[in-house]
Design a protein around this ligand. Structure first.
Ligand SMILES: Nc1ncnc2c1ncn2[C@@H]1O[C@H](COP(=O)(O)OP(=O)(O)OP(=O)(O)O)[C@@H](O)[C@H]1O
Ligand SMILES: [Mg+2]
Length: 622
C-alpha cells in the first residue's frame, strides 16, 4: 500500500502547476459531478473500501505495540499468538480490500472514459465537413485520448486522495499524538525538509514529461506523414531523405535526453522520500530510545510511532497537492466539455420533412456562398493555423440560379477554382448556402430529414475514398443488406467485374490505405459500383481529372452511362463525352453561372465554353 501511495504522491507532484492560475468556467464542477452520477453506488463502496484501507493501516502498529509492551513482559503466550494472528489477518484483509478498491476504482475510471469517449465520438460525427477541413486530426485525436484519460485519472485520484488520505493522516496523527506528542511534533518538523525538495523535483519532472509528450507526438506525426503511401511517394520523388532523417534524429535525440533526465529526477524523488523516512525513523528510535531508558516511554510505543512516521509521509505529500488535483481534474473536464459544447453548424431542423418519392429535381435560387471562417466551425485550440487567419473569408459563389429537372443531366464546366466543387457540395448539404436556397424535389435542403437526404443522394468525389478494408466491406458500407447478386450486378454495370474476378481473393481483396492498390480508373469504377449499389435518385459526380488510358476511359464511359441513366445528375465534367451527353451545360466562372445551354448552342455562341472546348476538350475528340 505504501508503495502505491508514494507513486501517487509523485504523480500529483508532477502535475502542471500552471493550472492553478486557470479560471474554470462556471458550472464545470456540477457537470463533472453529473458524469459520476451513474456510479453513485460504486462510489459509495469505493469510499468504504478506501476508509477501511486507511484504518487497517492504522491498526497494525498498535498490535505490534501490544506484543512488545504487554504480551512479552507478561510472558502471555496466548496473547502473543492472538496478536500475531491478528496482524497476519489484517495483512490479508489489507490485500483483499486493496484489490477490491482497485477493482472498483478501475471500474468507475474505465466507465467514465467509456462514457466520455462515446459521447465525444458521436458528437464529433455530427460536426459539419468544414470542421474536419479546419481541424488537425492529430490534435483532435490527442484531445480525445489525453484529455479524457487525464480527466478520468484526476477524478479517481481526487476521490481516493481526498477521502483516503484525510482519514489516513487524521487517524495516524491522532494515534501518534496519543502515543507521544513530543516525538510526533519533532517528527513533523522533518516533513518540510522532504516536501520542499520533493515539490521542486516533481515540478521539474512534470515539465520534462510534458516536453517528452509533445516531442513524442511530433515524432509520431513525422512518421505518420512520411510512412503512409502518399507521403512516402512524395519523399521518394521530391524529398531529401537526409534532411528527413536528421530532423527525425534531432527529435529522437531530445526524447532520449529527456528519458535519461526523467529517470534521474524520479530516482532522486524516491531517494528523498526514502531518506526522509529513514531519517525520521532514526530520529524516532534515538529520541524514543532515550525515553525508554529514562522510563518515560515504552519500547512498543517507540516501535509503533516509528511505523506511523513511515506511513505518514506519502499521504501528507498528496494532501499538500489537493488543490492541484482538483484543478487538474476541472481543467481536463473543461477541455472535454469544450468539444461537447461545440454546436454543429449544420443540423436537422426540428420540423424536418422527408423528401418526396419518385424522381427528384434540384434547384438553386440566388445562391451565394462564403466558406465559414475557422472561428465559426472549430476550436482555436485544435488548429495551429487559426491565429494566422486574420483576413475575412472571400465569397466563393454569387447569385447561382440552376435547375435540374428530374432524370436529366446537368454538366458543370469551367476553369479551375471557379466554384464547381463548391456548388456540388451544397446539394448533399455538406455546407449550407450563405443566402438563397438549394431545394430538392421542392423541399429546401435545410428543411429535409438527414436520412431521406442520405438515401436520395449519391456522391462520387474527384478522389473517391475507400476504407482500408476489403472491397466487399467498402461496397456494402452503403447498403449493408446487399446480397452477393446485388454486388456482382453493380460491379458488372460498373465494368469492373472481370478485373475483380481475376483477383486471387476476389471481393475479399484488401484495399491498401486510401485504395492504393487500385489504379485511378479502377478505383473510380469501384466508386461507381458503390453508387450503383446504393441506387440513389440524385447523383453528384466530380469527374476525376486524371487521364485514363483509352481502354479504361471507354470502360468508365460505359459505367457512367449506366450509372447516370434515369437519375437526376449533376456532373462536374472533364470529359467531352460527358458534356456532349448532358441535357444542359452550365459554364461556371469566378463563382457565377456565365453561360447555359446544350453543347451545340454554346459552341455556336462562341463564348467561354467555346474557348474551353478548344483548350480542354479538343484533344479528346475521336
Ligand atoms: N474549404 C475551403 N475553405 C475556403 N475556401 C475554399 C475551400 N474549398 C475551396 N475553396 C475556394 O473556393 C474556390 C472554389 O473552389 P472549388 O473547389 O469549388 O473550385 P472548382 O471549380 O471545383 O475547381 P477545380 O476544377 O480545380 O476542381 C477556390 O477559390 C478555392 O480556393
Ligand atoms: Mg473541384
Amino acid at each position: 500500500m505504501a508503495g502505491g501511495m508514494h507513486r501517487a504522491g509523485m504523480m500529483s507532484l508532477r502535475r502542471d502547476r500552471s493550472v492553478l492560475g486557470h479560471k474554470v468556467k462556471k458550472g464545470t464542477t456540477k457537470r463533472m459531478l453529473s458524469f459520476s452520477t451513474p456510479y453513485r453506488r460504486a462510489l459509495t463502496v469505493f469510499m468504504v473500501a478506501v476508509i477501511a484501507e486507511s484504518l487497517i493501516g492504522a491498526v497494525n502498529p498498535l498490535l505490534l505495540r501490544g506484543i512488545i509492551d504487554r504480551a512479552i513482559p507478561e510472558k502471555n503466550t496466548r496473547l502473543v499468538v492472538v496478536l500475531a494472528l491478528a496482524a497476519a489477518g489484517l495483512a490479508l484483509a489489507d490485500g483483499a480490500v486493496s484489490l477490491t478498491n482497485r477493482f472498483i476504482s478501475s471500474k468507475i475510471g474505465e466507465g467514465l472514459i467509456f462514457d466520455m469517449r462515446s459521447k465525444v465520438f458521436s458528437h464529433i460525427q455530427q460536426m459539419p465537413i468544414a470542421f474536419f477541413t479546419r481541424t488537425q486530426t492529430g490534435a483532435l485525436v490527442s484531445r480525445l485520448n489525453n484529455d479524457i484519460i487525464g480527466a478520468q485519472q484526476a477524478f479517481t485520484d481526487l476521490l481516493s486522495n481526498m477521502v483516503g488520505n484525510v482519514i489516513a493522516v487524521g487517524v495516524t496523527l491522532g494515534l501518534m499524538f496519543w502515543l507521544s506528542w513530543q516525538i510526533t511534533l519533532a517528527g513533523l518538523i522533518l516533513l518540510p525538509c522532504f516536501l520542499i525538495p520533493a515539490r521542486t523535483v516533481g515540478a521539474k519532472l512534470g515539465t520534462l514529461m510534458r516536453e517528452g509528450f509533445s516531442l513524442n507526438a511530433e515524432m509520431n506525426n513525422q512518421m505518420q506523414e512520411r510512412f503512409n503511401v502518399a507521403g512516402a511517394l512524395l519523399v521518394k520523388l521530391f524529398g531529401n531523405t537526409h534532411t528527413e532523417a536528421s530532423a527525425f534524429d534531432a527529435r529522437a535525440g531530445r526524447v532520449r535526453d529527456i528519458g535519461i533526465k526523467t529517470a534521474m529526477y524520479s530516482r532522486t524523488f524516491f531517494i528523498a522520500l526514502g531518506l526522509s523516512a529513514s531519517l525520521a525513523t532514526a530520529f524516532a528510535y534515538g529520541f524514543g530510545g532515550l525515553g525508554v531508558i529514562h522510563g518515560t516511554l515504552q519500547l512498543g510505543t517507540v516501535v509503533a510511532l516509528t511505523a506511523y512516521l513511515g506511513q505518514l509521509f506519502g499521504p501528507l505529500t498528496q494532501l499538500s497537492n489537493l488543490n492541484l488535483d482538483i484543478m487538474t481534474a476541472l481543467v481536463s473536464f473543461e477541455r472535454v466539455f469544450e468539444i461537447l459544447d461545440l454546436e454543429p453548424m449544420i443540423q436537422e431542423a426540428p420540423d424536418a420533412v422527408d423528401l418526396p418519392d419518385g424522381p427528384l429535381s434540384v434547384r438553386f435560387d440566388h445562391v451565394a456562398f462564403t466558406y465559414p471562417s475557422a472561428a465559426e466551425v472549430s476550436l482555436a485550440s485544435l488548429e495551429s493555423v487559426a491565429v494566422l487567419e486574420a483576413s475575412a473569408p472571400v465569397q466563393v459563389l454569387h447569385g447561382i440560379d440552376l435547375e435540374v429537372k428530374p432524370g436529366t443531366l446537368l454538366a458543370l464546366v469551367g476553369p479551375s477554382g471557379a466554384g464547381k466543387t463548391t456548388i456540388s457540395q451544397l446539394i448533399p448539404r455538406l455546407y449550407d448556402a450563405t443566402s438563397g436556397t438549394v431545394s430538392i424535389g421542392g423541399v429546401d435542403v435545410r428543411k429535409a430529414t438527414r436520412t431521406s437526404m442520405t438515401a436520395a443522394i449519391g456522391v462520387v468525389s474527384q478522389d473517391a475514398h475507400l476504407f482500408h478494408d476489403t472491397l466487399r466491406a467498402n461496397l456494402v458500407y452503403v447498403r449493408p443488406e446487399a446480397t452477393e447478386t446485388d454486388l456482382r450486378s453493380a460491379l458488372e454495370q460498373a465494368q469492373i467485374l472481370p478485373l475483380i474476378d481475376a483477383l486471387p481473393d476476389g471481393l475479399d481483396t484488401l484495399v491498401g490505405e486510401r485504395g492504393y492498390r487500385l489504379s485511378g480508373g479502377e478505383k473510380q469504377r469501384i466508386a461507381l459500383a458503390r453508387l450503383l449499389l446504393k441506387a440513389p435518385r440524385i447523383v453528384v459526380l466530380d469527374e476525376a481529372t486524371a487521364h485514363l488510358d483509352s481502354e479504361s476511359e471507354a470502360a468508365v464511359q460505359r459505367a457512367l452511362a449506366t450509372t447516370l441513366h434515369g437519375r437526376t445528375s449533376i456532373v462536374i465534367a472533364h470529359r467531352l463525352s460527358t458534356v456532349r451527353d448532358a441535357d444542359e451545360i452550365a459554364v461556371i466562372d469566378a463563382g457565377r453561372v456565365v453561360e447555359r445551354g446544350t453543347h451545340d448552342q454554346l459552341l455556336a455562341a462562341g463564348g467561354l465554353y467555346a474557348d474551353l472546348y478548344r483548350t480542354q476538350f479538343a484533344g479528346q475528340e475521336g
